[in-house]
Design a protein around this ligand. Structure first.
Ligand code: CO
Length: 164
């Protein structure tokens, strides 16, 4: 699947709430999973591949789990005050990596493939990747969360990605 890059309007929209899971949704998840692994990502949101749907995949490598995590209609309901400051990259922003402040712990409410609502706590890398992907579904890039000065320095590179 084509990865939409910084500058694409679909990456600035708040994605649509998913009300039902069809075979098309499952196919989309399979295709997104293949795309994520092919491009060495550890997370991917549906709008990054051009679908306006509130859905993301968190790679098992980020979770130290045997399975990828599919999060549907995710909503972070608690953020810890304690933060971590670690480097992030994004398949939609090639060749830019920067350290981003994120909550160390979050509580996520999401739905699984049966649209069953699940509430779960995540810590460290899983919490970071989930915050990054949930941001995507709300039209936010990790670069939006950098300091004013850092953003200014990156502006030229970002505009080049947007133009290409
Ligand atoms: Co990203």
């Amino acid at each position: 699947m084509k990865i939409y890059k910084y500058g694409s309007q679909i990456l600035r929209n708040k994605c649509q709430f998913i009300k039902s899971i069809s075979s098309d949704t499952k196919q989309l998840i399979d295709d997104m999973t293949d795309t994520m692994y092919k491009d060495d990502g550890i997370g991917l949101s549906a709008n990054q591949v051009g679908f306006d749907l509130s859905l993301a995949i968190i790679g098992k490598h980020a979770l130290e789990s045997e399975n990828d995590l599919i999060i549907i209609n995710p909503k972070i309901i608690e953020y810890s005050d304690e933060k971590t400051f670690e480097e992030e990259g994004c398949l939609s922003i090639p060749d830019i990596r920067e350290k981003v402040n994120r909550s160390k712990e979050i509580v996520l409410e999401y739905q699984d493939l049966n649209l069953k609502t699940i509430t779960k706590k995540f810590v460290d890398l899983p919490a970071r990747v989930i915050q990054h992907e949930t941001d995507h579904l709300n039209g936010i890039f990790f670069t939006d969360r950098l300091s004013f000065v850092k953003k200014k320095l990156l502006n030229k590179k970002l505009n080049q990605i947007a133009k290409s």
